[in-house]
Design a protein around this ligand. Structure first.
Ligand SMILES: [Zn+2]
Length: 96
């Protein structure tokens, strides 16, 4: 397997769509090709960031979440949507 093959089949590998024989070829290539290991790592992180962006479309920068979270909780409490016994030091988000 070449690096080009590796990149072409990477998404199928990650979604477990490759046959066992092809998976073992992937893993064999990873064992001898550090650049592809690095590429795989970057690829997976990119996917995770993409999923996070979809999960929190209004909070694109993770570091800004706490402040928004506090405001959302205060707003929810004002509407009586949270459990009154909920400790303010352990905020929880609710779907609504
Ligand atoms: Zn490679």
């Amino acid at each position: 397997m070449t690096c080009r093959d590796f990149v072409e089949f990477l998404s199928e590998y990650l979604s477990s769509e490759l046959a066992a024989a092809e998976r073992s070829e992937f893993q064999a290539h990873l064992a001898e090709c550090p650049p592809c290991v690095a590429y795989l790592d970057t690829y997976q992180k990119t996917i995770q960031l993409g999923k996070a962006a979809y999960a929190h479309p209004e909070d694109r920068v993770p570091d800004e979440v706490p402040q928004e979270l506090v405001r959302a909780i205060l707003a929810a409490r004002a509407k009586g949507m949270t459990n009154p016994s909920l400790d303010a030091d352990q905020p929880r988000t609710r779907p609504m």
